[in-house]
Design a protein around this ligand. Sequence first.
Ligand code: ADP
Ligand code: MG
Length: 732
Amino acid sequence: MSTGVSAGARFSAIRELSARVPRKYEPPKDETGRDLRMAAYFGSNVLDRAKLETRLPRDAYAKLVQTIEQGKRLDPETAAAVAGAIKEWALGCGVTHFCHWFQPQTGSTAEKHDAFLSFDERGRTIEKFSGSQLIQSEPDASSFPSGGMRTTFEARGYTAWDPSSPVFIVEHTNGKTLCVPCVFISYHGDALDEKTALLRSIDALSAATGELLKLLGDPPRKVVAMLGVEQEYFLIDRAWNSLRPDLLMSGRTLIGGQPPKGQQLEDHYFGSIPARVLAFMTEVEHELCKLGVPVKTRHNEVAPSQFETAPIFEEASIATDHNQLTMEVLRKVALRHSFASLLHEKPFAGINGSGKHCNWSLCLTGTGGSAATENLLEPGKTPHENLRFLLVLMGVLKGVHQHAGLLRAGIASSGNDHRLGANEAPPAIISVFLGDLLTRILTELEAGSINGQAAEQVAIRLGVGKLPEIMKDNTDRNRTSPFAFTGNRFEFRAVGSSASPAFPVTLLNAAVADGLGALVRALEAKVAAGKTRDHAILEVIKDAIQQTRAIRFEGNNYSEDWVHEADKRGLPHLRKTPEALEQLVSERSREMLTRLGIFSEEELVSRFHVRTERYVKNLLIEVDTLIAMVDTQVLPASYSYAAVLEQAGPVAHGALERLCVLAGELAARRDRLEAATRGIGKGASEIDRAHYIARAVAPVMLEVRESCDRLEAIVADDHWPLPKYREMLFLA
Ligand code: ADP
Ligand code: MG
């Protein structure tokens, strides 16, 4: 007897899989038919400044550069000239459509395509792209999350080209589209997107750093935040993905028993990359290279079927665009290779999740058109540079210490909740790791007498200048810290793999701008009180070391001891997303973010609403998916196998009884989950609903999962319809 539940689809997937071969793509060739070097076609789909310079009249180009550097809007005349140049370039590349490409608060990107096709005055068809089409467009803002910032009927918004980010071409099977990177703003001027606030935070940081440099007597230079984003992801065969409703709906497996082998053999990290995967990575890099994303590193990660890609760091706003493109290309190219790339923070229980390490530093841009930058987080060659380094470092420590809760809010999502604090990823407590040498220097500075010493001499005596070499050799880096200094940058490791870096980096920039601002005021006050500059600097550094002691932690962040220790130090420990998100609208966050002009009060509240709502929706989707899987797959498979056991007679009696008990228990837990979900108050506020779900619904999901996984272990393999962990993770 058969009830129709079987492993048929799974078994055909296994057959399909064994026939797969690595996909070959044709790399671009030169005139002689030889493969082009990567450097030769890097950025071929991007109209960067250098290309624009050759295509624009000199005065129009000069105006554009001025606009970019001063962050202003293009005047209509220049816009028309630039649009003309863009159109000629795009048409020459075979582009038919253009779109404004922007980053609404969904965490991903949005685009609406329009053809260049148009009519002229005499009714003939032409290709048209005007200055106003370049600089502005009006998508229907009411269809994007705004967190209630404006009621729907007046929720009009527009996208505006951000000329600091060059236009680029995206290719698809049957054509090409020109993308114009934009910010997305309401008619009242509110930021509806992720990018606007990021740009504001970069300005705030630049301004605060500029003030500090001025006090130090340095010449004025532009300061920019630099960002290098390591992207982790899982890659599984597409067939598995299609057979798992949970992966399709929520991006993670809601059930699935542990395979006998996970990552305990530690044989995957940096292991040799499987042929099909390498073919995929090569094509991903090829696509990204054309888009001007400087992809550099690729390797296996710790968990089976987990990988990483990382670019060379760039200015934070560009790096953020490029990370969005990277995620998109990873998804798209995976399908061509019959893979699915999973960007969720925790697609599989019991093995490592995925992060997005945001490597962050503060650099002075080159003068006189040179691209060379000077990193303010790199101890320098001269005592003066080292002193500056220590001050900037103190600014970071102060910012992170003051706003640890806010930084935690910036990385909060339902996906990241499964990763933070799971003894494999940084915990939900924000702290800073500095390393032995720097810690020793700070300890000496704090304890030492500084009377009568020149500040620069103190820096030499303490050996700050030796830091770069020491850090380079130092392989013993603390990988458990959420925010670690790695020689010339900080690595913000707690960010989740699927998140846009824009929001967490906006908050980090803001926090550090605030920290640096506090140092500036302290220095000014000391100098005004008659202290020499040297003396004032040393005192300010010393005070900052004392004030921020609690945020520094060099030990194992995964240990239980740290949780107690952090509690004693008064550091916020915000375990779940709802409590973390409340930090966005705390008195302290509001005051700082509005003072620095990064968010208005209303914009900030809207971020809080959008993120809370997303958390609730994600969890409700997971609950519905889980219940559907129990009802239509797990329980039917159990009943169908029970019928087989029954037919087998007395010999299977014990097995049948065990199965029935487990299936009964699952049915009961499933009902409890449904009941718990009904308990979410309809009239309650969104944040109350979020708290309730985290407290009362999520734990029942785990109970349901436990029952499912125990059934998976006893139901005959040929009755189990869902791809198993061992298949998804080890068969590709
Ligand atoms: P690891 O895995 O050892 O942390 P990776 O090579 O995977 O290192 O990634 C390091 C990332 O940090 C790269 O994207 C790199 O370009 C970036 N990076 C290096 N220097 C800086 C810097 N000064 N500022 C920002 N990012 C940086
Ligand atoms: Mg890495």
